[in-house]
Design a protein around this ligand. Structure first.
Ligand code: 3PG
Length: 394
């Protein structure tokens, strides 16, 4: 159920779960992307005459009141972006919350203090969820990025009040369905990042579903090592060689073409501007560090994109934070964005580092969809049900 299904809500209080777990520097919001993502839902509810009470977590205070993890610093930025006043309540339940909501005018907005200051939030304690539910008439979940958590404000509340997916949740689910649920085929995946160990479930799920899967970043070294290639001093999880071979075998059985690097960029240390060289796989020296994919690998990846109708991307291809080892990620991202703009490729990306990498390449707005979710995006790519989404289906 979405906001199209609420019926008249004028004068009612909507409890809206948002994700304001934003990067902060010196007590100020350093990146307001997640605030902007929440605006369409907030505005739509205000336009419909509802009072809007925002529920959110910040960081991991583990059920205690930690003043440095207050949501209060978010208020100024939210007011600026919304162009309307935003009240703040010092607690998300009890008298401070109830009074702040009571005093709101129609269309008014209040941000309630960090729900994780209460142990009942992460415990998904029904009594705590009930205290939250008592504050409102309907519940809107607009946080796909916290939907992998079965917490009171992401899951429990949906069982106590009429529950709806907000605008950003709806867009996110539609985009993800277009990428993996019901995609235009053939589908290409790109999975990068440093470690295979953190992405085992994801790789196993993807090889069973995709037509092609490109593996990049440090994790590709483990696959190269598993094929008997000497990766020198590069990051490599040697104890996972058998696991990498099993994934390659699963790919073969599922008819998923695996694209591993055919050449690499190496250096002796990770430092901006350090002397770097392209190497064939049989030319890697004992003290070489593989830090990026080579030009022939990128050319093959671009050809694979040309042959695909859908791309799902998680993780950079190299150490993109340290130029020149951003080259493969930037070139591949720009090619994906060009195809997405031309309408020939549905290009969906997500996961923490991926968004920074696409930002670095300057293409976030040109991709078909970029998810702001980190852990939730990975769990979804692993094929796991997300409690916050499942609770909206009942
Ligand atoms: C995120 O930043 O990915 C979400 O807000 C979830 O945060 P968490 O990992 O602390 O639950």
């Amino acid at each position: 159920r979405t906001l199209d299904d609420t019926g008249p809500i004028s004068g009612k209080t909507a409890l809206v779960r948002v994700d304001f777990n934003v990067p902060m520097e010196d007590g100020r919001v350093a990146d307001d992307t997640r605030l902007r993502v929440a605006l369409p839902t907030i505005q739509r509810l205000r336009d419909a005459g509802a009072k809007v009470a925002l529920l959110a977590h910040f960081d991991r205070p583990k059920g205690k009141v930690v003043p440095s993890m207050s949501l209060k610093p978010v208020v100024d930025d939210l007011e600026r972006l919304l162009g309307a006043p935003v009240r703040f309540a010092e607690d998300c339940v009890g008298a401070p919350a109830a009074e702040a909501i009571r005093d709101l005018e129609t269309g008014g907005v209040v941000l309630l203090e960090n729900v994780r200051f209460h142990p009942g939030e992460e415990a998904n304690d029904p009594a705590f969820a009930r205290r939250l539910a008592d504050l409102g008439d309907l519940y809107v979940n607009d946080t796909f990025s916290a939907a992998h958590r079965a917490h009171a404000s992401t899951e429990g509340l949906a069982r106590l009040l009429p529950a709806y997916a907000g605008e950003s949740m709806r867009r996110e689910l539609e985009a993800l369905d277009a990428a993996l649920g019901n995609p235009r085929t053939p589908v290409l995946g790109i999975v990068g990042g440093s470690k295979v160990s953190t992405k085992l479930d994801l790789l196993n799920n993807l090889v069973a579903k995709l037509d092609r899967l490109a593996i990049g970043g440090g994790m590709a070294n483990t696959f190269l090592h598993a094929q008997g290639i000497d990766v020198g001093a590069s990051l490599c999880e040697k104890d996972l060689a058998d696991t990498a071979r099993q994934i390659m075998e699963a790919a073969r059985r599922a008819d998923c073409e695996l694209l591993l690097p055919v050449d690499v960029v190496v250096a002796k240390e990770v430092r901006p501007g350090v002397e770097a060289g392209v190497r064939a796989l049989d030319r890697i020296a004992a003290d070489d560090l593989i830090l990026d994919a080579g030009p022939e690998t990128v050319a093959r990846l671009k050809r694979a994109m040309d042959l695909s109708k859908t791309l799902i991307w998680n993780g950079p291809l190299g150490v993109f934070e340290v130029p020149p080892f951003d080259a493969a990620t930037v070139e591949a991202a720009r090619h994906a964005a060009d195809l997405a703009k031309a309408g020939t490729l549905t290009a969906v990306a997500g996961g923490g580092d991926t968004v920074s990498a696409l930002n670095h390449a300057g293409v976030v707005d040109d991709m078909t969809f970029v998810s702001t979710a980190g852990g939730a995006f990975l769990e979804w790519m692993e094929g796991k049900p997300l409690p916050g989404v499942e609770a909206l289906r009942v």
